[in-house]
Design a binder for this molecule. Structure first.
Ligand SMILES: [Mg+2]
Length: 179
């Protein structure tokens, strides 16, 4: 199902009315694992920009799930990876950086593009070679649209994993509680 998000353009049309623009991600997927890496590769994508919380890791968890690490290792074979987070807590970003073998940028201020645009430029890449992946239409996807790169909206990585495994872990934890 395609998700259409409406936002008001800050440009006025000739009638002086606010122009309404549909924000439509190029792909709308259940989660990151559904990304067609072969297709991105054949489309000339070289850099994948990932939002962090809820996209690559359970929000504020500061760690990757084992299956995410496996998947990222696969991604790394064909693409440069960078995390572009709006989180401005330097201790959190440092923690994530320490467990990542790719660039991790904090304080990106998405949907503003300045920080990411500079990073992409420093990588010697252009917008046609980048894709933005994130779970938030009005920050991640809008930023990707403004950058002019391919955009992929994904569902929360938490939604996929919270059902059985998290409840199981909680159940296990509660086995240690003496009532
Ligand atoms: Mg997010």
């Amino acid at each position: 199902m395609l998700l259409f998000v409406l936002w008001e353009s800050n440009k006025e049309n000739f009638e002086g009315e606010k122009k309404k623009v549909f924000l439509v991600p190029d792909y709308n997927l259940k989660n990151i694992y559904e990304i067609d890496l072969d297709k991105l590769k054949s489309n000339g994508i070289k850099l994948i920009l990932f939002d962090l919380d809820s996209t690559l890791m359970v929000s504020k968890s500061g760690k990757y799930l084992p299956e995410t690490i496996d998947w990222l290792n696969k991604v790394k074979q064909d693409f440069k990876i960078a995390v572009v987070s709006n989180n401005n807590r330097s201790d959190y970003i440092e923690k994530v950086r320490a467990i990542s073998d790719f660039d991790v940028l904090g304080s990106c201020a998405k949907p503003d593009t300045a920080v990411i645009e500079e990073y992409v430029s420093n990588c010697g890449l252009n917008k046609n070679e980048c894709v933005m992946v994130g779970d938030r239409p009005l920050t991640d996807i809008l930023c990707g649209k403004r950058l002019g790169c391919t955009t992929i909206l994904v569902g929360s990585i938490n939604a996929e994993n919270e059902g059985v495994p998290t409840r199981f872990v909680r159940w296990l934890e509660r086995l240690t509680i003496k009532k």
